[in-house]
Design a protein around this ligand. Structure first.
Ligand SMILES: Nc1nc2c(ncn2[C@@H]2O[C@H](COP(=O)(O)OP(=O)(O)OP(=O)(O)O)[C@@H](O)[C@H]2O)c(=O)[nH]1
Length: 585
């Protein structure tokens, strides 16, 4: 629907019109000459829209009529998008505790550094003063003083040397993506079963449980989907991280849900992966619905999050009698799409397999109809996938996947992937966005063994002290307090558009962290391969185009972002684009 005349675009989007509309004459912007007032049709649509939005919001949300109108106008009378936007903006607040908000220890430390006082945890400073420092400078002194307060002893190891001198197995993490029901969990369950990661008794138990609810084929999938909620619904609702080992490699599976409602979880999984396994159902009808659904969306997200290597498991081959023709068709149809999504075909391996029967998963397919296939098994393709280079020398960055209460000795634990740098017992880490510090009391590796240190690529469990659980949430970032990540409120990114993109509201995701933002300016369209500017100040970005856009985040918190960070933009439950942060202010 075209922009409607009679409302001032600038009134609720808050950007400088000149930035965007420089290229366009007044007439062009005003559409086809209906700029003088609101038409009857507009008024009717607006009135009907307001009623529908009010209904959808219910009595919980106290939103003024003018705000609803603004939202409807901004989203061209799309009720769904307006409701999502208003719900995000006016989510009912939890009752605030009577106690005034404590200043985080990080801010206290920053304040202390500013004041150059010798004590690290002295009286909280005025907010304005602490903020400046909390954004990254002058912290080293204060943080060192915080370390002194902890009772956890550090061995002060040179972790990079320790790592280089020990013969650790290669670490490789992969995300499993694909349309709902194409068999992701079953394939992973089969892999774990055949590699004897799970014992026969547990599988028998799951089989019996599955049979009692008449879904015996789900037993293998349940090895991956462990929570009771997931079992009763038969879908995966969060990222399951499951470690397993082969002779050469310590793998971690990041099993992401296929439903579109859970795409934010998938984004979080993808941002931690070295490569991706895309599971595609070989059957014609399912394959086609996947192409219209999450098969494409997931593959695009994966590519825009910087993943180059893809294993395409053409699954359920048993249901198509291991037909070479069917396999070739799936390969052809997906290859065409991968090329447009800027994948390099040399990095893509297609494997025909059947997770349910186990054929071509860890052992070669026995079916005579599959004589035509002489390529690798799924497991061999996993082994052949090189993990990304690890940034060991950079400051610590770890995204939290899980926060939980461990044993009595370890009342607060987190797990997550170290994206960059190293850590060791006794280290003080800074949590963002809470700006609280914590001390690492103990480290556990994915196989449950204790460790003195861990490095980029690994997904350790950290037992923490000197912090309260309220300061740590899924998706938060732990970083080196001496080199903190900035909480960014506006930035420029290079974005691949999945849908038409204009100046509009979007949900900005950094992994699982999410903040509402506004695309305030479309600066230019770029050549996909060279990055050169091909057009300045476009009015709209079309699906498949790469553009440089400016985004302002709402609220005061911001997102912890650095140059090179990958972000995903969603709107009303759809992924509209994904990008790479180029600069921020
Ligand atoms: N015949 C056959 N059925 C399979 C195969 N793999 C999975 N299935 C069946 O397909 C259905 C869906 O499998 P899941 O593994 O739960 O699919 P999923 O992609 O993990 O689904 P979500 O977790 O909801 O995203 C189940 O009934 C499986 O038993 C296969 O290789 N052959």
């Amino acid at each position: 629907m075209p922009p409607k005349a009679g409302f001032s675009r600038a009134k609720n989007v808050g950007y400088d019109e000149d930035d965007i509309y420089d290229d366009y004459s007044e007439e062009e912007y005003a559409g086809d000459g209906e700029g003088e007032g609101t038409s009857e049709e507009d008024k009717e649509q607006m009135a009907a829209g307001v009623i529908k939005v009010r209904e959808a919001l219910g009595s919980e949300y106290k939103v003024k009529e003018a705000e609803i109108q603004d939202a409807l106008w901004n989203y061209y009378y799309d009720v769904g998008k307006s409701v999502t936007f208003l719900k995000n903006k006016y989510a009912p607040k939890a009752p605030t505790p009577a106690k005034p908000k404590a200043v985080s220890r990080f801010d206290q430390a920053a304040g202390a550094a500013d004041a150059k006082t010798p004590t690290s945890t002295g009286t909280p400073k005025a907010k304005a003063k602490t903020r400046g420092s909390a954004d990254g400078e002058k912290l080293a002194d204060s943080v060192e003083k915080l370390v002194v307060e902890t009772k956890v002893k550090s061995k002060s190891l040179n972790v990079v040397d320790e790592y280089r001198n020990c013969a650790l197995k290669r670490v490789s993490n992969f995300v499993v993506i694909g349309h709902v029901d194409h068999g992701k969990s079953t394939l992973m369950g089969r892999l774990l079963y055949d590699l004897k990661v799970v014992d026969e008794r547990s599988v028998d138990k799951l089989r019996q449980e599955a049979e009692t609810i008449g879904k015996s084929s789900f037993a293998l999938a349940w090895l991956m989907d462990q929570t009771p909620e997931e079992r009763s619904r038969g879908v995966t609702v969060d990222i399951a991280t499951v470690p397993f080992e082969t002779e050469q490699t310590s793998f971690t599976i990041l099993d992401a849900p296929g439903h579109r409602d859970f795409i934010p979880n998938m984004i979080a999984g993808v941002s931690q992966a070295d490569f991706a396994v895309l599971v595609v159902d070989a059957q014609e009808n399912s394959f086609q619905s996947g192409l219209k659904g999450q098969t494409k969306e997931h593959a695009l997200i994966v590519r825009s999050m910087g993943i180059q290597r893809l294993i395409v498991a053409v699954n359920k081959m048993d249901t198509v009698s291991w037909s070479k023709e069917r396999f070739d068709k799936v390969r052809q149809a997906t290859t065409a799409f991968f090329e447009t999504a800027s994948f390099s075909l040399k990095n893509i391996t297609f494997i025909p397999c059947a997770g349910l029967t186990g054929d071509n998963v860890t052992k070669r397919v026995a079916d005579d109809n599959a004589d035509w296939y002489s390529g690798p098994t799924f497991l061999e393709a996993l082994e052949a996938s090189e993990p990304k280079a690890r940034a060991l020398e950079r400051p610590l960055r770890l995204t939290i996947n899980d926060v939980f209460r461990g044993s009595g000795q370890n009342p607060l634990s987190i797990s997550g992937q170290i994206e960059a740098g190293t850590l060791q017992v006794g280290d003080v880490v800074l949590a963002l966005p809470s700006r609280e510090t914590a001390t690492i009391k103990a480290i556990e590796l994915p196989d449950g063994s204790p460790a003195d240190w861990a490095v980029a690529g690994q997904i350790p469990t950290l037992h923490l002290v000197d912090i309260d659980a309220v300061h740590l949430r899924l998706g938060d970032l732990l970083c080196a307090p001496t080199a903190p990540v900035r909480l960014v409120k506006s930035f420029t990114c290079k974005m691949l558009a999945f849908e038409h993109v204009m100046p509009q509201f979007v949900d900005v995701f950094r992994g699982k962290q999410q903040v509402t933002g506004l695309i305030t300016a479309l600066a230019s369209i770029l050549n996909k391969n060279t990055g050169e500017v091909t057009r300045r100040k476009p009015r709209i970005v079309k699906p498949g185009e790469v553009a440089r856009v400016r985004i302002e985040l709402e609220g005061s918190a911001g997102l912890p972002l650095e140059v090179g960070a990958r972000i995903v933009l969603r709107d009303g439950g759809r992924t509209v684009g994904a990008g790479l942060l180029e600069s921020y202010t």
